[in-house]
Design a protein around this ligand. Sequence first.
Ligand SMILES: [Fe+2]
Length: 390
Amino acid sequence: MSDFWQFSCPTKVMFGEGLSKDFSAELSAYGITKPLVVSDAGLLKKGLVDPIVSSIKDAGFDVVGPWTDVPSNSSVVAVKACADFAIKNGVDGIVAIGGGSVLDTAKAANILLTHGGDLMGDYSGAQTIPSALKPLIAIPTTCGTGSEVTQAAVILDTERNTKLSFYDQYLHPTLAILDPLLLQELPAALIAATGWDAFTHAVEAYTSVQSNPFSDELALPAVRLIKEAFIPAVTEPANIKAKGQMLLASTLAGIAFDQAMVGVVHSMAHAVGGVSHAHHGTINFILLPYGMEYNMPACVDKYAVLARVLKVTPKLKTKANLANHAVKAIRKWQKDLHKECGLPLRLRDVGVKRADLPRIAKKACEDGTSFYNPRELEEGEILKTLERAW
Ligand SMILES: [Fe+2]
């Protein structure tokens, strides 16, 4: 934990079953009259988007869209197209319905909608946005990214095969609508992948050098909620309570890591994401225990606390033994999820070639998240870690 810390979560959070079709009054509260709805083709086809659009239209708003041309890994090109559409139609706010890719596309498009300019050239990096953006309402349909409450967006630069990070206080959505019913049809493998992303956010926020008492009090409950609800949410399609608990945990973890940041698992995952088009949560699923082992020398105390939250009870209750058993329990849990929904356990299973690993290790060490990791990223050691995960 750092000596100095601050905490802020400017996003209003609302939770409720069916809320995504009953929040129009909030649009007026934020001065929105003509919202652009952003989502993706898959959600549109599943019928998740139309009822929300209808509910906004029925409340008298001049809805533009839905704009659904968002790829599964959002790209600079998709953001530009979305922003051009928004500007052409003169919208005064955005409602984003989807997973991380949709929410991040909407957040990045809102920069161009509000301030114009070139996404990569003018805004890539941290604290580059000159002033507040137009109001953005984020409605997550997965339980992982936390993007509905964070000041970050990650967009793929397809030309260079690099994930660009945008990080700015003005990227916080204005309002997050958490509706567990939107997760009703989410396939088990996606609940597992996105839920594991949320779990990784919670673990890495808790062990980050920038963690603070507030973020810890969000990260640890997120770990506990995920531990309780993960398997029921994956194995029981009708269990809306468990899915709602995962959604809540994902948002708590999102607020925690928005303040505390993440570490080596995300450093490696971002670099792997430039090579593999596997889901970000799937990549974290593979990498988390290896990243935790890398951090073990710096994290024994905190992993011992995690062991207690995960209800790991070895006979020998020294901190070192508890910490080791926390990682072991996570590996066991990982294997259970692999059996339940087939998530891959190795980097080789998601299109990474052994020859890619040195380049991935180098990129991981350069990733912005590496600065918040409790143990310095040493390229040779990161390469060994990636080889173990391969
Ligand atoms: Fe993540």
